[in-house]
Design a protein around this ligand. Structure first.
Ligand code: MG
Length: 157
């Protein structure tokens, strides 16, 4: 087995979409970034890279490469899944956490889990997605940004 972890932060701004876990969520503020800025998916993808000791997400998907501009982060996650598969590993389980003040994530958690399970070719029971608020404190609480965390365990196939 191999373990990996990661975190990702994106700024919240006006005039951008809010996409988390591959779900577009109605919001007055969205995430700023080169791709769709899906911080939760980025954290999960990078945790898998970490478990494989393959470096960070920016090494494989540089934000200077126009190829990845505005890209759906599920495409990135599927590419990371392919790299994992090639190296002889599959998902044991993943635990993901997004910190966002609002809107509420609860109505979207199930769809996020389905998206991740689909991209990673695993069961939905192997994917945990959780959300917490910042209680008005710090950059999350002040709605300046969103932070996501992920921990994964990979099993040898
Ligand atoms: Mg990111």
């Amino acid at each position: 087995m191999r373990i990996g972890q990661s975190t990702d932060i994106h700024r919240l701004v006006e005039g951008r979409r809010l996409v988390l876990g591959g779900v577009e969520i109605a919001s007055d503020l969205g995430l700023l970034g080169h791709s769709d800025a899906d911080a939760l998916t980025h954290a999960l993808a990078e945790a898998i890279l970490g478990a494989l000791a393959l470096g960070d997400l920016g090494k494989w998907f540089p934000d200077t490469d126009p190829k990845w501009e505005g890209v759906d982060s599920q495409v990135i996650l599927r590419e990371v899944a392919r790299m994992m598969d090639e190296r002889g590993y599959r998902i044991g389980n993943a635990d993901c956490l997004v910190m966002i003040e609002r809107p509420k994530m609860a109505p979207h958690i199930q769809k996020m889990r389905e998206n991740f399970a689909s991209a990673l070719s695993c069961g939905i029971d192997q994917i945990s997605v959780k959300a917490t608020r910042g209680e008005g404190l710090g950059f999350v609480g002040e709605r300046k940004g969103v932070q996501a965390f992920a921990v994964v365990l990979l099993e040898e196939k």
